[in-house]
Design a protein around this ligand. Structure first.
Ligand code: G3P
Ligand code: CA
Length: 269
């Protein structure tokens, strides 16, 4: 697999669109999904959190302040934490105009709405259980919702990976849905921690400046919960020049805000 041939991918790699195609459209929204689909990008990376009334919504930050007009609409509700608002309240917010006037009216999607769009587009999902310390039991709620929406069945085999910086959340996913692939997010390439991580994670997702050849090799020597070789994916890589360096180290994938440019670089490196 690592053999290089002229004009071909030097090492097979997967590109994940970070927060959707977040360079082209507002992050973690349906327009960012559609922008990725238009660019031929299959895999989305997105973040899920929980509202005050228990709905699951796709959003990155712990607060609504940066990516919505919440401060204008709810001026007395500082610090505008996601978990302090109901889904109905969040659905009144504009999650697009911060990125540009053409995105005005874009909503923070529920996970259900988001998955429906992925299904319609034939896309795949790398879903991050985000800030579980702020949302106790979030991983269990995410699994229940994925099950309710049909994303744990055989029709979605190979179309879903759940990731987290929190190993306990990955364990909670594995306990409830052992068929789901899991990935551990980290910026610590510690060899000592690898056995514990790969007991619950099929992939290690490492901050890209921390990658070394020795670490990639050590990861590739391990088998994950599904008994396959553990993959090493890097985040967040937006520079095409960096792609070739990382492929030479045999990384298996890239999480990127520029899935178009990185896909192109990965196939021509
Ligand atoms: O998937 C890697 C990356 O998403 C982790 O960082 O802050 O963008 O969720 P963040
Ligand atoms: Ca993320």
């Amino acid at each position: 697999l690592a053999e290089t041939t002229a004009g071909a991918t030097p090492y097979p790699s997967t590109v994940y669109a970070h927060r959707g195609f977040s360079y082209a459209a507002p992050e973690n929204t349906l327009p960012a999904v559609d922008a990725a689909a238009a660019a031929g990008i299959e895999w989305m990376e997105n973040d899920v959190q929980r509202t005050r009334d228990g709905a699951l919504v796709v959003i990155h930050d712990a607060t609504l302040a940066r990516t919505t007009d919440v401060e204008a609409k709810f001026p007395t509700r500082s610090p505008w934490r996601v978990g302090d608002f109901t889904q109905a309240e969040i659905n009144t917010l504009d999650a697009g105009s911060w990125k540009g006037p053409q995105w005005t009216g874009t909503r923070v999607p529920t996970l259900a709405r988001y998955l429906a769009r992925l299904d319609a587009n034939g896309q795949r999902l790398l879903l991050e259980v985000k800030r579980p310390e702020l949302h106790p039991g979030l991983a269990a709620d995410v699994v229940a919702e994925l099950r309710r929406l049909g994303w744990l069945g055989t029709a979605h085999t190979g179309r879903l990976i759940v990731q987290s910086f929190d190993l306990a959340s990955l364990k909670a996913v594995r306990t409830r849905a052992p068929q789901v692939r899991t990935a551990f997010l980290t910026d610590d390439p510690s060899l000592a921690n690898l056995p514990g991580c790969t007991a619950v994670a099929d992939q290690i997702h490492l901050e890209h400046t921390r990658v070394t050849a020795a670490y990639v090799d050590a990861v590739h020597l391990r088998r994950g919960p599904h008994r396959r070789q553990v993959k090493l994916v890097v985040w967040t890589v937006d520079d095409p020049a960096r792609t070739g360096q990382l492929l030479a180290l045999r990384v298996d994938g890239f999480i990127t805000n520029r899935p178009d440019a990185i896909s192109e670089a990965a196939t021509t490196a």
